[in-house]
Design a protein around this ligand. Structure first.
Ligand SMILES: Cc1cc2nc3c(=O)[nH]c(=O)nc-3n(C[C@H](O)[C@H](O)[C@H](O)COP(=O)(O)O)c2cc1C
Length: 186
């Protein structure tokens, strides 16, 4: 059966390196017969979590804030795979992605024990630095996140050496890696 894949695109650059990774990933996912929905977070009205812990009352609208997260919640609830796609910003994910991800807590609040829905997860990241030490803080964050949520890490594409828009187009091996990872989802 086709898998449902939700991509959260945290890059503010419409045609940036992260978007190229997403395009290649989407191509691979479609070849594998899976369904992809991508949210370009920069274009959406998504506010930061208020930490009120008063959500989780209505499955269709689990957060007290009524903004564009309302488009993401139903897709997230049905998704088999969540793809975190982001430029590296100060050795972490972008603010756009962090805001949206924090807001997914409202879905966990639907459960009396704050159990997060179980998902498979992938990280696609573009960055200027191209060393393992540059990537280490994000790797620790991502592996900690998936492990604590009980999510299965299906893979990471760390696309280093990309600063300007379009730099990644000169690195077909990175784009291929994203495509092949998507093709492997079954
Ligand atoms: C605010 C800001 C912070 C950044 N921090 C890092 C960083 O910590 N490490 C790094 O390797 N690149 C860093 N970069 C470079 C971006 O990760 C790189 O340009 C990436 O290709 C951008 O992806 P995009 O084209 O999808 O926007 C930073 C860029 C910006 C604008």
């Amino acid at each position: 059966m086709a898998k449902k894949i939700m991509i959260l695109n945290g890059s503010p650059r419409e045609n940036g390196n992260t978007k190229e990774l997403i395009k290649s990933f989407t191509k691979g996912a479609q070849i594998a017969g899976n369904e992809v929905i991508c949210f370009d977070l920069q274009k959406m009205d998504i506010h930061a979590c208020l930490g009120c812990c008063k959500g989780g009352k209505n499955p269709e609208s689990p957060c007290v804030q009524k903004d564009d997260m309302l488009q993401i919640y139903p897709v997230y609830q049905k998704a088999d795979v969540v793809v975190l796609a982001s430029p590296m910003y100060y050795w972490g994910i972008s603010g756009q992605l962090k805001c949206a991800f924090d807001r997914l807590f409202a879905v966990a609040e639907l459960d009396p024990n704050y159990a997060n829905p179980k998902k498979d997860c992938i990280l696609l990241m573009a960055a200027e630095g191209n060393t393992e030490s540059n990537f280490a803080p994000v790797r620790a964050f991502y592996e900690g996140l998936t492990s604590h949520l009980g999510w299965k890490n299906l893979g990471i594409v760390y696309a280093g050496g990309n600063m300007e828009i379009g730099d990644i187009l000169n690195k077909p091996e990175q784009l291929k890696q994203a495509e092949e990872l998507a093709k492997s989802i079954s």
